[in-house]
Every structure is written in C-alpha cells, then in structure tokens.
Design a protein around this ligand. Structure first.
Ligand code: XMP
Length: 329
C-alpha cells in the first residue's frame, strides 16, 4: 500500500505546480469530511489564496453552523466566509412538497449564493478565481458514470449528481480534486495527518439537502425544523453516550407531518410524532436497521417527550435498505 504521508506530500507538490502565484482558488465547504480534508490539503499547499465558503441553508442540524465554523477556524485556520442564507432558502421552499422539487430548489439557491460569493471575490481581488476545489472521492468518480450493467441505482446517480455536478457551468473554473484517487478510509487517514480532529473525521454522513429530506412535505410547516433539531440532538447525544456512534453508519430523527393524541401530565395533547432511524452500512447503497437495546430506546423516548415541546409520540423505523431508502425522501 501507499504511505499516506507520501500521498500528501505528492498532492501538495501537484497543487503547488498547478496553481500559479496569482491564481486564486475557491472551495465550498459542506461541513462534511471530504470537502474539509480537501480544503485543508489545498490550504497547506497555497495558503490564503484559498477562499472557502460555508452556506447555512436553514436546513442544518442543531448548532451545526457554530460547530463546523469552530472546526474550520479554530482547529484548521481555514480562510472561510460563512453565509447565512436561511431566510432565502426557506422562503423559496415555502409550500413546496415534492421531494425532487425541494432538492432542485436547494441546488439552485446554493448556486446563486456561490455565484455571488465568486463575484464578490473577483471585485475584491481584481481578478477572477481560477480554480475550484472539490472533495470528489474515487467511488464518486465511478458512480457518476456507472458502468453499463453495473446495477447502480437511479437514486444513487441522482445523489452523485447532487454532489459532483452542482456548480455553475459558465464560471469556467478549473477543478482541483485532490481526493479523487482515495477511498473514504484513506481520506480519514489523510485528515488525521492534516490534524483534522478525529471526532470530526468520524462524523456520520449528512445529505446536501439537509433536514429537508427528513421532513416529508413542506419543510416550513409549523415548528418542524426546530422540533427536528431538538429531537435529533437528543438522539445523537444518547448514541454517543452509549458508545455506539462509531458502529452506526447514520442516525437521525424524522419529523412526521401528522398529529396524534397524547396525555401529558393530566392534559390531553394533540401533537406531532417523530421517528428515529439508525442504520449500519458499508457504503450507503444497502443498509440494515440498527438493533438498539430496549433500555436505550426507552430512555431516549422519555427524554424526547419530556423535553421537546410539541412531540408526544416517538416511533422507530425498522426497515432496511432495500426496500426503504436511508432518508425518508
Ligand atoms: P438514500 O436515502 O438514497 O441515501 O438511501 C443514501 C446516502 O446518500 C445520502 N443522500 C444524499 N446526499 N444529497 C446528498 O448529498 C442528496 O440529495 C441525498 N439523498 C440521500 C443519505 O444521507 C445517505 O447517506
């Protein structure tokens, strides 16, 4: 095998050779492992000629913006602009219920914000940025053009397009894809060498459209986003406390757009239900639902109903993939 230190040194040499002294490079950070490791590597090669953007689309998890910005700035010293575009995203999404329409709107808004960022940068620098960093991995490269007869699913192609192709074509940016020969485990190893915190490298994957695919229907209904954030945080924290975070591929809460009757204190309530989902998987293509201990489920369920206003029922998703997908939309 390769020695990861050598791979890193080689990549840095390649990037330094490619990016001229007057060239500037932009990178959209998602908060995920791949874009973070890619940006950290490029930053090591060319310093502050790298310009990163992180977009808060209003569909992020509890305290996500503060948490990832903390890692970017305090731990990694990345030059990153945080754009809070929640209002813009949520106003475009208001009333939209079709899952693919939701995804399209989120993709389109992202491009418009990225475009504005690139133009502002051009004004500031007096020249156009020339390169774009993307955290494309080796499996993404294969999955974007599935070999005929490979049995890759349609939904996976859509997902890959969302990750790989989602930027404006007319900007004519040249691509830097420093991870494109690596598998996920190798990216984590590279991240460790680059001093990306291990807890960050072990984070579960999180979809680009964020909580929008965990609220069936209109994401702006009631307090859905707020409720979902609180429930999700309790669930994830309990999973971490139980020491099982690393054996689970993905775990999250889903907001169920129905109200059911409950009795809390001596009051009857008519509030929302939520579902909990946790799966194990190798690559997200197939997945098995995770067997929690009953005591764990009991504790989590009580904690959620006792501390999240507007929730009086907790369900557990016990379907694998297939037949279900991991996300609910
Ligand atoms: P599904 O729900 O298709 O998800 O079983 C498989 C993996 O892909 C993630 N996912 C997405 N990621 N944009 C993304 O960036 C998307 O539109 C999207 N849809 C699903 C999902 O979280 C899981 O890890």
């Amino acid at each position: 095998g390769w020695k990861m230190e050598d791979v890193m040194e080689e990549e840095i040499k390649v990037i330094k050779g490619m990016v001229g002294p007057d060239d500037h490079v932009i990178c959209a950070l998602s908060g995920g492992v791949d874009s973070t490791v890619a940006a950290t590597l490029v930053h090591k090669a060319i310093g502050d000629r790298l310009h990163c953007i992180f977009v808060d689309n209003g569909l992020l998890r509890y305290k996500e913006q503060e948490r990832v910005m903390g890692t970017f700035e305090r731990d990694l010293h990345l030059p990153v602009t945080c754009v809070d575009a929640s209002v813009q995203f949520l106003s475009e999404l208001k009333g939209v219920t079709d899952p693919e329409k939701k995804r399209k709107i989120i993709g389109k808004e992202f491009i418009s914000i990225f475009d504005a960022f690139a133009h502002e940068l051009e004004q500031k620098l007096g020249r156009k940025p020339t390169y774009l960093v993307q955290g494309t991995l080796y499996p993404d490269v294969i999955e974007s053009c599935p070999p005929p007869g490979s049995g890759r699913t349609h939904s996976h192609t859509i997902k890959s397009h969302h990750n790989v192709g989602g930027l404006p074509k007319d900007m004519k940016l040249k691509l830097i894809e420093p991870l494109k020969l690596l598998f996920k485990d190798e990216v984590r190893e590279l991240g460790r060498i680059l001093d990306v915190p291990v807890s960050f490298l072990k984070r579960h994957p999180f979809p680009g459209p964020g909580l929008a695919v965990r609220i069936p229907g209109d994401v702006t209904q009631g307090n859905a986003l707020d409720i979902l954030r609180q429930v999700d945080e309790i669930f994830i924290q309990a999973i971490k406390d139980a020491g099982i975070y690393d054996v689970i591929w993905q775990a999250f809460a889903v907001f169920l757009p129905i109200k059911t009757t409950g009795v809390q204190g001596d009051q009857r309530t008519h509030s929302n239900a939520v579902a909990l989902r946790a799966v194990t998987s190798q690559d997200g293509m197939t997945a098995d639902w995770y067997y929690f201990e009953h005591k764990f489920l009991d504790d989590v369920s009580r904690k959620i109903c006792n501390s999240v206003r507007g929730v009086n029922r907790v369900c557990l998703d016990i379907t694998s993939k297939p037949p279900s997908t991991i996300e609910w939309e």
